[in-house]
Ligand binder design. Structure first.
Ligand code: ZN
Length: 235
């Protein structure tokens, strides 16, 4: 099941209209090229036939991978502020899909990783981490530490942090700090995978401390500011 919508869009560069197709649902088991495009940052780009300008389309869609057991609702980047409601929607869509399924599928559903993400870069980040065998929720705690320990990043409402590279030979992650409203230029930071392993070794304790992060669909450091009394580094 993969569905594409064809819609009339107005080119932000030349203001003329054109038709372009974007996905409402993708099943990457059947279309592995879509996964490759997401990882390359090319998915949902459209080219205006009048002026040749290339634009990224920010829209919600459902990403499924039945080989890897991934069910990700990608919400528009611009709707990040509505994450509490949209993670509820994500959980409900997943339970509706699986509730009416045959028993075998219901059993398979318990093996699925269910996530709500905002924008293609969040999805790209998750896919890259899962490909490297890393737990995205533990990496979110590394991002929280990066933010708290870096004065230039603290208290920035526009801040987004995306893993660009898992550099296993250097034992580190490269994390790009970027701005969803374009107010700051992107900057690349490093985070030690040794620290990831320290946190991962304390998983049971961290699950108790951050149940929303570990057990709800919006697995993002952003939720911690709201859910913990004093967001600080993980001591
Ligand atoms: Zn144009």
């Amino acid at each position: 099941m993969s569905w594409f919508d064809v819609k009339v869009m107005t080119c932000p560069t030349c203001q003329r209209e054109f038709e372009a197709g974007t996905a409402e649902t993708i099943n990457v088991t059947r279309m592995p090229w879509a996964r490759e495009q997401i990882l390359a940052g090319h998915f949902h780009t459209v080219e205006c036939p009048h002026c040749d300008a290339v634009h990224h389309v920010d829209r919600g869609f459902l990403y499924t991978d039945f080989g890897r057991n991934h069910f990700v609702m990608v919400h528009a980047n611009a709707s990040l502020g509505d994450w509490p409601a949209l993670e509820e929607v994500t959980g409900k869509v997943f339970s509706d899909v699986t509730h009416h399924a045959p028993p075998l599928v219901q059993q398979m559903a318990t093996q699925f990783t269910v996530r709500a993400v905002f924008g293609l870069r969040d999805l790209e980040d998750k896919l890259r981490l899962w490909d490297a065998g890393l737990d995205d929720r533990v990496v979110e705690l590394l991002k929280l530490e990066l933010m708290v320990q870096t004065p230039a990043l603290a208290r920035r409402a526009d801040l987004r942090l995306s893993v660009q590279t898992v550099a296993e030979s250097e034992d580190r992650l490269e994390i790009e700090a970027w701005s969803h409203d374009g107010s700051h230029p992107p900057v690349l930071y490093g985070a030690a995978l040794a620290r990831y392993r320290e946190l991962d070794a304390r998983r049971a304790e961290l699950e108790d401390r951050y149940p929303g992060l570990f057990f709800k669909p919006f697995a993002s450091f952003r939720r911690l500011a709201r859910e913990t009394a004093e967001p600080s580094e993980v001591s």
